[in-house]
Ligand binder design. Sequence first.
Ligand code: ADP
Ligand code: MG
Length: 693
Amino acid sequence: MNKLNETSVQFVKGVGPVKKKLFSNLGIESVEDLLYYFPRHYQDRREIIPLAQVKIGEYQTITGLVLSCKSRRSYYTKKHVTEVVLDDKSGRIFLTWFNQPYLDHYFRKDVRVVCYGKVDMYKDRIQMVSPEYEVIEGDDDPLSLKCIVPIYPLTRGITQRYLRKTISQCIEKFRDDLVDELPINVRSKYKLSNINSSINNIHFPKDFNQQEEALRRISFEEFYFFQISIILRRLSIKFKKGISQKISDAEALEFINSFEFELTSAQRRAIADMRSDMEGNGPMHRLLQGDVGSGKTLVAIFGCFLSFKAGHQSCIMAPTEILARQHYENIESMVDSGTLKGMRVELLVSAMKKNEKEEVCRKISAGEVDLVLGTHALISEEVNFKDLGFVVIDEQHKFGVRQRALLTDKGGNPDVLIMTATPIPRTLCITLYGDLDISIIDEMPKSRGKVRTIHYNEDHLEEVYDIVRKKVSEGSQAYFVYPIIEESETLDLKAAEDMFKLFSKKVFKDFKVGLLHGQMNRNETQQIMTSFVNRDIDILVATTVLEVGVDVKTANVMVVEHADRFGLAQLHQLRGRVGRGKEDALCLLVCDPRTDEGKERIKAILSTSDGFKIAQHDLEIRGPGRFFGRHQHGLNELKVANPATQLDILEMARKEAVALTVADPKLEKDANIVIKKIIKRRYPTYLIDVKAG
Ligand code: ADP
Ligand code: MG
């Protein structure tokens, strides 16, 4: 029997060393990887419309030969325009693309092209603007015409046509070696098709029913094993012996009463949850969910305080240095004010000088520090705690399960609090983070101002500038945020840097303008932020580096240009940067959304400020992979399954996973040993600290 995950993709016909390298860019190494490289969407080419019969206003599939291909520069917008005329004997159509000069060489005369797009009429001629396109071989290619065609994510050097052919050949040669890992009783209970036909049908479905059935089957399998791995992880944590840490009610109250504001009841609940967990003998593994600005940090600091009083060390790991430093300064001021009296606090980030770092590490292992704030530098080998009792992981989606485990391994099963500002709906949360207990902060501090969000079209920019001038004259500070410019789209976008120049010389020349972007080194970043906090800067022009962290209470205006280019969660996070003081704040979104998805996002962000609603929306629009970030997240293991849109399948799979693990919590029965092997192969990081049993 072939082991498909150990068979190199080079064994597939048409894959030589060069293509092998390109495949590697797509994360494809083995035959299995290739079989599981699924289409992003499909094009229905079962019906090809003759050009003489296309319908204006409809999305249709057409094919024809290239009659001519010309390029020109648009007089008005200065854009590069590629114009192709396609002919199919019955008629002709014009195809137009903007700003894609490489297309000029793609469409050579007489090659056959398939297009899918909206047909429209412009100055008496029938055309498609920016259709999906593909050059194909001849008019009887069974994989490219008269069928439903899979469309895959690509990399340079690999075309749809090549990938389609290669995957088809791969299926033919290796499909019989596919092992069906889903237990037969589960399969028959839920009427799930076998893996062999599912893999074939997800790539090359005859109709959309087939595709749906295949997707259901493959998603079920993914959810099933993922749920088992999560449950095993949870059980293994429960089996462990941790540290029992506690403080008296009086001490806890003293902490709570030391603030000038009242804690919200959600904060109090989270604190109570933590107290009882940390007092228990098993290690705490708790997820703290709450919107930006809901006051999670305070809850985390309470845990550090508790651990300190109980005589142990603690640490907080943040995803960026700005954040780590902000925590550090925040906590230092609490030490000074008496809230954390006597606590010895240190900072550890990669940017520090070598000898400074060594000194901090020495103190950590000597037990001369009670709380360490840091970035992933905390995971490095030089860091050895004397007695780590409590670990906080901030913005967990920026760290992977593996990094989480590496940090907690630096102590003898410390209590762990994981914080996230990416709220997800409760049902989903339980299934995705089932290895953790969950506290939710669903309430904002009352003393906060309101944030009003308003959308402006790009031609109303002057109005926006006027508002900013007025607000800043009245004492506010303002942010201007621009998207990061990717190479491919330098043309239309304003760079933060250009705008900074324009603002300081012209638009806002009466104010102090600053610039913050990702290419700056740490010192520069630090300086700029400090100047902004000290009001040496009125208006800060920035890229998305602003997204995490920064907390400036007098900044009450935020302008986001090209707002439709940002993800929904990103916009929400950005908006969370204003309205952090008592004053009301403004968030002005400037854009002319071009895509439907962009329009959707703007609509959503205007309609609510509830992070949970926004998250649900985002999850639906983008799917879990992009929602949770591309890298290092356990959920990247889910290749097709989407918890947002397939909650029903997820729940069925979870039910089966629970039934299995209730009957056999360590998967020791003969029949289940194979399942344990599968879990080990698929989710190794989830078993990292499953040493028990
Ligand atoms: P998060 O980490 O959830 O984004 P933070 O913990 O940074 O939010 O809180 C934001 C700001 O609100 C901080 O300046 C903090 O001191 C303040 N804050 C926290 N809890 C309260 C509260 N209950 N009432 C008023 N202000 C609060
Ligand atoms: Mg404990």
